[in-house]
Design a protein. Structure first.
Length: 133
């Protein structure tokens, strides 16, 4: 009995919604056809793997090197900074010739930041890029 009432209620709801628009089904289809089309990306994984880039060569040691620590803003504005500041303090105590530079990447974590990558390539010897917290 409850199922019958539910089905009747749903049918009445659909009928009320159709009446509320004031358009017949044919008019609704014509109106939709006049709207501009949009393109949507399919997030499904393709079978083709992305081209892989090899990692840069390892440094023999860190003495006198500049290490960039890049906050990608994932996890909030202070998630990585706290950990990077601890790492900076560790280097200052254990390998004082290491210079650390903490930078926040522009934009969302998924967006590219070519100016920052150029700066790191020109001025840095290594980079730690990631999240923490």
């Amino acid at each position: 009995m409850k199922r019958k009432h539910l089905i009747i209620s749903l049918l009445l709801l659909v009928a009320a919604a159709a009446a509320y628009t004031g358009l017949s089904p044919d008019q609704t289809q014509l109106q939709a056809a006049d709207q501009p089309k949009i393109t949507v990306m399919n997030p499904a994984v393709t079978s083709k793997m992305a081209d892989r880039e090899p990692l840069g060569p390892r440094l023999d040691n860190l003495e006198g090197k500049t290490i960039y620590m890049v906050d990608i803003s994932w996890g909030g504005p202070d998630a990585a900074r706290v950990v990077f500041e601890e790492m900076t303090a560790w280097f200052a105590q254990n390998i004082p010739t290491v210079k650390t530079v903490i930078k926040r990447k522009a934009g969302m974590y998924s967006q590219d930041d070519p100016p920052l990558w150029k700066e790191i390539a020109a001025n840095g010897d290594a980079a730690i890029i990631g999240v923490s917290g």
